[in-house]
Design a protein around this ligand. Structure first.
Ligand SMILES: Nc1ncnc2c1ncn2[C@@H]1O[C@H](COP(=O)(O)OP(=O)(O)O)[C@@H](O)[C@H]1O
Ligand SMILES: [Mg+2]
Length: 296
């Protein structure tokens, strides 16, 4: 723009010969230089303004994204809050339901012992076992509570497995399956014995249920780097991808008579022991690993 203005200025003040052109240039040199400087300055300002405008656009965009993310997070928190309330209510109701159930159970037991109900004994036994099942579902559900108190004592995981082994073996024998243990040398850990027994039983029962008759289930313990690991390996047909993503979600089950609470309870017990559970699965069976941090 400055060049065009300068040329118009020079040609306006001169004839069409070199001398007069040079003269006009000399006369206006100061003005032309000033025009170039002002042009350069204005150009710079325009450039800066364009940059600022672009930056502003980007900032607005990220602000919008941030606001959307925040809104999403608030919604998620409200949902979790509702779930939490429902969970607490469900736990409260579960707990309260147990009292009348205990009364009913007591009377059924009395009736079972009476001679005049002898012909109905079969039904009474069924009612009792169904009540026990309902009670165990409520117990499992209540043990999912995150703030449940744990009674951690320094003890050996192998000793707990050994203590439980006869019971597990009897379970396996009834179903015509085999159990093996391979317990490595592991240090004492901070454990709640009752909870760890429950964890082992849940994993072992899942393993046994996943295998056909004749299958072998192995319980191993080993130290792996900074962790004491208990592995429960079965010879079932493994876990399909679609199922794998959902296991451990309360009430998710693929079994007709399953409760879908076994692994959820395991996860919550593991969390209270600052341990983690992971799964390895192949078409020849699944292995559940419970990894306890070594407190060194
Ligand atoms: N060892 C295993 N092999 C194959 N599938 C398994 C195994 N353990 C768990 N699962 C799957 O995970 C689901 C949830 O298990 P769980 O929470 O213990 O509930 P449930 O045993 O009552 O079904 C099971 O229904 C099953 O599909
Ligand atoms: Mg189970």
């Amino acid at each position: 723009m400055t060049t065009v203005c300068s040329m118009v200025l020079i040609f306006n003040q001169s004839d069409i010969n070199i001398d007069s052109l040079v003269l006009a240039l000399e006369l206006n040199i100061f003005l032309i230089c000033t025009m170039y400087v002002v042009g350069w300055f204005v150009g710079g300002l325009v450039e800066i303004e364009a940059q600022q405008r672009q930056q502003l656009k980007e900032n607005m965009l990220s602000l919008k994204e941030e606001m959307a993310r925040r809104e999403q997070m608030e919604k998620e928190m409200a949902r979790l809050d509702r779930l939490n309330t429902i969970g607490e209510m469900a736990a409260g109701i579960g707990h309260e339901i147990r009292n009348p159930m205990t009364t009913v159970r007591g009377f059924l037991q009395l009736m079972e012992e009476k001679e005049r109900y002898a012909q109905d004994r079969e039904f009474l036994e069924l009612m009792l076992s169904e009540l026990d099942r309902a009670n165990s579902i409520i117990s499992d559900f209540l043990s999912l509570a995150k703030n449940k108190a744990v009674d951690l004592k320094e003890q050996n995981l192998n000793a707990i497995i050994e203590g439980l082994f006869p019971l597990i073996q009897a379970d396996a024998m009834v179903a015509d399956k085999n159990i093996e243990k391979d317990l490595g040398d592991i240090p004492a850990l901070l454990l709640d014995e009752k909870e760890i027994r429950q964890l082992i039983l849940n994993l072992v029962r899942n393993g046994l249920e996943a295998m056909p008759a004749g299958g072998k289930l192995t319980i191993r313990t080993v130290v792996d780097r900074e962790e004491a690991v208990m592995a429960v390996q079965d010879e079932g047909s493994g876990i399909e991808d679609e199922v794998l993503g959902k296991i451990g979600t309360p009430f998710f089950t693929t079994k007709d008579t399953g409760t879908g609470l076994g692994l959820a309870v395991c996860n919550s017990i593991a969390a209270r022991h600052k341990a983690r559970i992971d799964v390895q699965t192949t078409p020849k069976g699944a292995t559940f690993y419970v990894r306890f941090r070594l407190s060194t």
